[in-house]
Design a protein. Structure first.
Ligand SMILES: Nc1ncnc2c1ncn2[C@@H]1O[C@H](COP(=O)(O)OP(=O)(O)O)[C@@H](O)[C@H]1O
Ligand SMILES: [Mg+2]
Length: 260
């Protein structure tokens, strides 16, 4: 289970992306970057954050701790900024928080490079989950304590918006040419890339996917805009597992054999 906390104070919005995540303090004295279910993509972005973030963690990618954070209407009513107030009031109930990394800086590839093997893990996770949101325009990687952390997995798993045929999604090519870590991964010897691919694919087992999907609250799944009216949370979890397993069991033509 993800830890469950209650928001005590809305601190400030992060106006970088479009979804207006905010910094929030909680009753465990933690400070979190919160993704609100009332934002544009609704709960789909929150599902993707949990599934991709927690799968990544199990594949050896550094991801800030995730929590489920309960938001009371009172916090919204006290908020003077109208845009933020509307978002908070549309998000009363359960939301997703990630541990705020104080003093972290955005990765820019200029002054410091992560170990190639770490870059390749993130790159593989993004290719598996179809995450197009880790480009130079939007690096979504932070350097904190001289280590690389992966954030912002809300735009992955695009199948959840339209539920296309599983084999088609599983075989979909993935444009990694603008990926922030592409240059580094491309410089790895082909044999290492192949070994990495095999190692990570072996780690994506049905059991791991079940474990990760169990962390998603039922209500996030049932509130998906694309969920059929008669869908059950268990049924939807099976669907997610089916897509991800099919992609990892495919010939993985989406993974580069050599330099990109
Ligand atoms: N856990 C975190 N610790 C510190 N800063 C963060 C954290 N998560 C996000 N940020 C900052 O907030 C920005 C927006 O968060 P992000 O998750 O990328 O959302 P979006 O791009 O959807 O607005 C990031 O680019 C980063 O600068
Ligand atoms: Mg972002």
């Amino acid at each position: 289970m993800l830890q469950h906390v209650t928001a005590t104070r809305y601190v400030t919005p992060l106006r970088e992306g479009g979804s207006l995540p905010g910094i929030v303090e909680a009753d465990d004295l933690g400070t979190y970057v919160v993704k609100f279910r009332g934002a544009g993509q609704g709960s789909a972005a929150l599902v993707s954050e949990i599934v991709v973030g927690e799968l990544g963690r199990r594949l050896g990618v550094r991801v800030p701790d995730l929590v489920l954070i309960e938001l009371d209407a009172e916090i919204g009513r006290r908020e003077p900024d109208q845009e933020v107030q509307e978002l908070l009031l549309a998000s009363v109930g359960l939301n997703l928080g990630m541990d705020f990394l104080p003093g972290s800086i955005g990765f820019d590839g200029m002054h410091w490079q992560p170990p190639a093997e770490e870059a390749a893990r993130i790159y593989w996770l993004d290719a598996l989950t179809g995450n197009v949101d880790r480009t130079w325009a939007n690096p979504n990687t932070l350097i904190w304590h001289r280590k690389l952390w992966a954030i912002d997995h809300g735009a992955a798993l695009v199948f959840q918006h339209s539920w296309p045929a599983v084999p088609a999604w599983a075989a979909r090519r993935y444009d990694l040419s603008k990926h922030v870590l592409g240059g580094q991964v491309g410089a790895m010897p082909a044999a290492e890339l192949k070994a990495m691919d095999e190692q990570l694919a072996d780690a994506v087992t049905p059991e791991i996917l079940t474990e990760v999907l169990a962390l998603v609250p039922d209500e996030f799944l049932l509130k998906l805009n694309s969920a059929p009216a008669d869908a059950s949370a268990a049924g939807l979890r099976e669907r997610y597992a089916e897509y991800l397993l099919a992609r990892r069991s495919s010939d993985r033509a989406w993974w580069p054999e050599s330099a990109v």
